[in-house]
Design a binder for this molecule. Structure first.
Ligand SMILES: NC(=O)c1ccc[n+]([C@@H]2O[C@H](COP(=O)([O-])OP(=O)(O)OC[C@H]3O[C@@H](n4cnc5c(N)ncnc54)[C@H](O)[C@@H]3O)[C@@H](O)[C@H]2O)c1
Ligand SMILES: N[C@@H](CCO)C(=O)O
Length: 382
């Protein structure tokens, strides 16, 4: 028996699809944003911009009373004008996640929803208690869903309170990857394998790295564009993509863990143990190995692509591969992700989701979509 033959015990409550709700009556939702970084700030702008429309078109009173960063937090009892601005930090209080969540729940809203736009274990550690307390969570942070299996099961059990957890943006950013898989599974299909390119950063780097500019320069640019993880080694090491494989496998009921994934890292050994700041100062160490990989690929008439695959029998693998120039993965643009689901129904010809897979705007939109799914499922009051 392979380790993947065992399946997770329950259907995943967390990401169940909800029907779109017609605007039958007013509802209010208090939203607290954790991590106003690249994605979080963009989300705050999108939410602010959409508030009037959501109220007029759907009767949804979207309240934004609280934002918390690593060190400071803002509550709207302080100053409503500062809600979406990071620069006004002088008026923020010291960050306190418990106080933050309590404040959100004390609001007179039909429901409280936390959006975790951090990449922090400290935040994920609080998911079970927040969910048990009835607060919904939406997140692009992969640490909960791909973290230790016992903790993930605990988080799912905490949804027994009725609170919902959605994490569409953890895979493919704004692309409908998890909802596509859920729809297949909920309608009785079975996942046989998943394969694709799951890193927007590495897709962009593979597309841009043509030998005219050093890889290190391109990586800095990818970071400035907001494609990379807070620590770009999470992209280069393959761990970020491995997390996405784990998320998809678990969604399909396979108890895959990160340590089960065979990962080929692109981070030179001498850069692996540095602080993130020190690593960012030594990016040039990536240039020679990446130039060599490019030269070898070209010598064989191929292209470099970062590929991930999961199959319950074969296991999970993440690696940089040389693909023929005629391969479908060779014809992608910018940050394009490709996710190919081979299932019982889509056996001969896989179902493919493809499109931009990184960047603050598309990711924030994916998070926003999850938030709306939860908001629309709230019971309306007279
Ligand atoms: N950037 C993308 O394209 C993208 C796409 C999909 C998913 N994601 C995920 O979205 C999340 C955010 O990514 P980002 O690019 O915005 O990163 P970022 O580094 O720009 O922002 C992270 C924010 O979280 C804050 N933070 C860290 N620890 C915290 C804590 N304990 N409490 C409160 N706040 C804390 C940081 O101060 C920062 O403001 C990550 O989990 C990432 O994996 C990002
Ligand atoms: N850093 C990630 C963001 C999306 O998860 C990527 O490049 O794919």
């Amino acid at each position: 028996m392979t380790r993947f033959a065992q399946t997770l015990p329950d259907p995943i409550i967390a990401a169940k699809a909800v029907p779109p709700l017609p605007p039958t009556g007013p509802r209010s939702l208090a939203v607290g944003v954790i991590g106003p970084g690249r994605v979080g700030s963009c989300l705050l702008q999108q939410l602010e911009a959409a508030r009037p429309r959501l109220w007029h078109e759907a009767g949804l009173d979207l309240q934004l009373p609280a934002v918390v960063g690593r060190q400071r937090m803002w509550l709207d009892c302080d100053d409503p004008e500062l809600n979406h601005r990071q620069d006004a930090a002088q008026t923020w209080r010291p960050a306190d996640l418990e106080e933050f969540a309590s404040y959100l729940q004390s609001r007179r809203a039909d429901a409280a929803l936390l959006v975790d736009c951090s990449a922090s274990e400290l935040v994920v550690a609080r998911y079970p208690s927040w969910l048990k307390a009835g607060m919904h969570i939406v997140t692009p942070n992969k640490l909960a869903v791909s973290g230790p299996l016992p903790r993930w099961l605990e988080i799912r059990r905490a949804c027994d309170s009725g609170a919902r957890l959605r994490y569409e943006a953890t895979v493919g950013a704004g692309l409908p990857v998890i909802q596509t898989l859920r729809s297949l599974l909920d309608t009785g299909d079975q996942l046989r394998s998943v394969q694709g390119m799951f890193s927007g950063t590495l897709a962009w780097l593979c597309n841009r790295h043509d030998g005219t500019r050093p890889f290190s320069v391109l990586l800095r640019e990818a970071r400035d564009l907001g494609y990379t993880e807070p620590d770009p080694r999470d992209d280069l090491s393959g761990i970020d993509v491995a997390r996405k494989l784990v998320i998809l496998a678990r969604e399909a009921g396979h108890p895959l863990s990160l340590e089960d994934v065979r990962i080929e890292s692109l981070v030179p050994a001498e850069l692996a143990a540095l602080s993130c700041e020190a690593f960012l100062e030594r990016l040039e160490a990536l240039d020679a190995p990446m130039d060599l990989a490019l030269t070898r690929a070209r010598a064989g008439g191929g292209v470099l692509r970062h590929v991930a695959s999961f199959d319950p029998q074969e296991g999970a693998r993440v690696s940089l591969q040389v693909l023929p120039a005629s391969h479908p993965f060779a014809h992608t643009r910018l940050t394009d992700n490709i996710v190919q689901f081979t299932t019982a129904r889509y056996g001969e010809n896989p179902l493919v989701v493809q499109g931009p897979g990184a960047g603050p705007e598309v990711t924030a939109a994916g998070v926003f979509g999850d938030l709306l799914q939860i908001a629309h499922a709230l019971p309306a009051h007279a």
